[in-house]
Design a protein around this ligand. Structure first.
Ligand SMILES: C[S@@+](CC[C@H](N)C(=O)[O-])C[C@H]1O[C@@H](n2cnc3c(N)ncnc32)[C@H](O)[C@@H]1O
Length: 218
C-alpha cells in the first residue's frame, strides 16, 4: 500500500475508517493493560482519531504518527488544540498539552523517537496494510518500540475474496505468527461486527469478526 494511496484518501475526504465516537474496545479493554497512570501511549497510523483524546482524558500522554498533513491539522483544529510545530528529523512534530504527533512516515521512526513510550494502541493500523507490508510493520514496530511492554490491538477478519482491503482481513493465526515469538498474545474479544458495519455488507461481506488482543512483551 503506497503512501500516495492514503494521502489521496485524505485529500478526497474518503475517511470511512474515522470514527466520530471514541472506540468502544478502547474504553472497554484499556483497563486490561497494566501501565502507570501518566505513561506515554504510542498510536501508530493515528489519523485524527478521537481515541487519542480519550487516552489524554485518562491522564496518559499520547504520541502519534501519521502520514497525512490534512489528518494532523484536522486533529488539532477540530479539537481546539493550538499546535506548536517543530522539525524533528524526517518529521514535523505537532504538539499540544499532552499530545504530540509526528507528521511523516511510520517507517522512518527510530527507537529514540519512542524512548519514553510504555504502551501501543493499534486500531486500524495493522489492518490498514496488505499482507506483504504487515510483517514489515510488525518488524519495524518491534525495532522502534523495544522498550514498550504492552499493546492493545484491534483487528478485523473476513473472507478476503469477498472484499478488497483496506481494511484487510487479519486472522488469529497470523496474529500469533507475527507477534507470538516475542509476546504473550491474549485474545480479549472476538465478536460479530457485521451488523454495525452496513457499508461492508454493501461491499459484499457476509461475515465480519472484530477482535481485540492484548500483547504482553515477554
Ligand atoms: C485506516 S486509517 C486508521 C486511522 C486511525 N488509527 C483511526 O482509528 O482512525 C490508517 C491511517 O494510517 C495512515 N498511514 C498509512 N500509512 C502510514 C505510514 N506509513 N506512516 C504513517 N501513517 C500512515 C493513513 O494516512 C491513515 O490515516
Amino acid at each position: 500500500m503506497q503512501t500516495d494511496f492514503w494521502l489521496e484518501r485524505w485529500e478526497q475526504n474518503q475517511i470511512g475508517f474515522h470514527e466520530k465516537e471514541v472506540n468502544d474496545h478502547l474504553i472497554n479493554f484499556w483497563g486490561a493493560l497494566n501501565i502507570l497512570p501518566e505513561s506515554k501511549v504510542f498510536v501508530p497510523f493515528c489519523g485524527k482519531s478521537r481515541d487519542m483524546l480519550w487516552l489524554l482524558a485518562q491522564g496518559y500522554e499520547v504520541l502519534g504518527v501519521e502520514l497525512s498533513p490534512i489528518a494532523v491539522k484536522s486533529f488539532f483544529s477540530e479539537n481546539d488544540l493550538e499546535p506548536r510545530i517543530t522539525n524533528h528529523g524526517d518529521f514535523q512534530r505537532w504538539e499540544a498539552e499532552g499530545v504530540s504527533i509526528y507528521l511523516g512516515n511510520f517507517f522512518d521512526l527510530n527507537a529514540e523517537d519512542l524512548i519514553d513510550c510504555s504502551a501501543v494502541y493499534d486500531r486500524a493500523s495493522l489492518i490498514a496494510l496488505p499482507p506483504d507490508m504487515r510483517q514489515r510493520y510488525v518488524d519495524h514496530l518491534r525495532t522502534i518500540a523495544h522498550v514498550i511492554s504492552q499493546t492493545l490491538l484491534v483487528t478485523l477478519e473476513y473472507d478476503q475474496s469477498e472484499m478488497q482491503g483496506p481494511p484487510f482481513s487479519v486472522n488469529k493465526n497470523e496474529i500469533y505468527k507475527m507477534f507470538g515469538e516475542g509476546c504473550d498474545v491474549e485474545c480479549l474479544l472476538e465478536e460479530n461486527a457485521l451488523d454495525k458495519n452496513d457499508h461492508f455488507i454493501q461491499k459484499g461481506l457476509t461475515c465480519l469478526l472484530e477482535s481485540v488482543y492484548l500483547l504482553n512483551k515477554r
